[in-house]
Design a protein around this ligand. Structure first.
Ligand code: ZN
Length: 465
């Protein structure tokens, strides 16, 4: 056994030694467990009228593994502890970023490579100071210390940041502290507002690429990029961020690029299957760009794709031996947007059952493509009356601040009919997938812990000739 293991290591090291890794793509689907990926692939097959898998790009990578995700303090991790594990290879307490449990700073693969002269890019669909991206550059005991996280970003020296802007660009508790956008400029960052603007600034020494409206009013906190399912013409996308980052970084001859699909998690917190699937598909579009780059530079490009944890406890099947995932195609807006619409209707004094039913017909297929039984109709009307009377607020759902019992009931109905099951509004302890390609990518096969990924990436780079 020992001998086999030794020869395996020897082969791996030799294989890695034959190539020089110059380009690293580290893609993280936040909340993207095995079932999120599988549901998306099986949904795609159902759309073609068949049962099976229409594999995503990530599922087509040559090597697959699984990891555990628990944190130092909890069987179920949050994104800060998981991000720290993926970025630095250390377990820490839920809520902590870039630190060990006793608050000693630990440094990410991005920071370590940057110190060796590697250009670094960090991309996300959510605010750039959110836990997953922050784990790559920040060191704070609490993930909600957004101003401190932003300060660490400005001082990181990383070449490219892309996503939504800062949540809290102004330090509300600190006297005379600089605005974070100003601080970035003082540290050599050019700020690009939207896709077109970024293309004219690719020669900048350092680039912070945000949505068109982010940072224009420098006092205003940023919202995430719109969900793929809610996207409108002109909205910034993760795919555009990825494309731009590659265009910016590739001429530098090597790079480390972290790409986060941050809102797979947000849809999971709302138990919103259709939005979850569309976010996973959207994340996979960035995987495709990474893979195209790999095809052009196969001996020099390493791709590692994983998730920080699973969100929602998503299950395929909730009753019998059927799935009806294709029903999700009739949903055209996220649960988040539905709840906002319902709130708007109420504020405009337009919250009638007719208006609500039309909203549910047009955007969720309910009553038309998705059958609603008498009992289910009764429940929806009851939730409607509660909302109309001012008592229909839902318990707090993360990233869905206007959530209502009616919105939850409508989305739950679509999910139930598609035969998806959800066990929690939070994260679960389910293992998450790892997909890999490139020199030495064999070492990502197996069942291991999320803290093992980062050292393996560094090891592969260090064993180059
Ligand atoms: Zn989450």
């Amino acid at each position: 056994m020992k001998k086999t293991l030794f020869s395996l290591l020897l082969i791996l090291t030799t294989l890695a030694a034959q190539a020089e890794i110059r380009y690293v793509f580290y893609l993280i689907g936040d909340g993207m467990g095995c079932n999120q990926v599988l549901t998306t692939g099986m949904y795609q097959a159902e759309l073609q009228g068949r049962i099976g898998l229409n594999a995503l790009q990530m599922q087509r990578l040559p090597y697959t593994g699984l990891t555990t995700t628990y944190s130092f303090t909890n069987g179920i991790t949050d994104s800060a502890a998981a991000g720290t594990a993926l970025a630095t290879g250390n377990k820490t307490r839920n809520g902590m970023l870039g630190m060990t449990p006793d608050t000693a700073a630990v440094y990410s693969v991005a920071t370590q490579l940057h110190q060796q002269g590697w250009p670094v890019g960090i991309l996300t669909t959510v605010p750039i100071d959110d836990a997953t991206p922050a784990a790559f550059y920040a060191h704070v005991p609490n993930r909600h210390n957004y101003y401190d996280i932003g300060t660490d970003l400005a001082r990181s020296g990383f070449e490219f940041f892309g996503g939504a802007g800062f949540r809290t660009p102004v330090n509300k508790s600190g006297w005379n502290s600089p605005n974070l956008y100003d601080l970035c400029e003082q540290n050599g960052y050019t700020i690009a507002h939207g896709y077109a603007d970024a293309q004219t600034k690719l020669q900048a020494e350092r680039l912070l690429m945000v949505q068109e409206h982010d940072g224009v009013d420098r006092e205003k906190g940023a919202e995430a990029l719109p969900y793929a399912i809610d996207r409108r013409e002109g909205d910034l996308t993760l795919e555009q961020l990825t494309e731009t980052a590659i265009r910016y970084l590739a001429p530098k001859g090597r790079f480390f690029l972290m790409i986060e699909g941050g809102m797979i998690d947000w849809a999971g917190h709302s138990r919103d299957g259709a939005t979850n699937v569309q976010e996973t598909l959207d994340f996979d579009r960035s995987v495709r760009l990474a893979y195209q780059f790999y095809e052009q530079h196969p001996d020099e490009t390493l791709i590692v794709i994983t998730a920080d944890h699973e969100t929602g406890g998503l299950a395929l099947g909730n009753k019998d031996y059927t799935l009806n995932l294709q029903l999700l195609q009739h949903q055209h807006m996220s649960a988040w947007k539905l709840n906002n619409r319902l709130k708007q209707l109420r504020e405009d004094k337009q919250l009638t059952w007719d208006n609500v039913q039309t909203l549910l017909r047009e955007n969720f297929g309910l009553y038309d493509q998705v059958e609603v039984t008498k009992q289910e109709d009764k429940e929806l009307r009851k939730a409607f009356r509660l909302l109309a009377s001012g008592n229909g607020r839902e318990r707090y759902i993360l990233y869905n601040r206007n959530s209502s019992k009616l919105g939850t009931a409508a989305v739950a109905l679509v999910n139930r009919k598609a035969k998806l099951g959800w066990t929690t509004y939070a994260h679960s302890g389910a293992p998450v997938p790892v997909f890999a390609a490139g020199p030495g990518a064999e070492c990502f096969v197996g069942f291991y812990d999320n803290t093992d990924i980062m050292p393996r990436i560094l090891h592969l780079i260090a064993t180059q000739p």
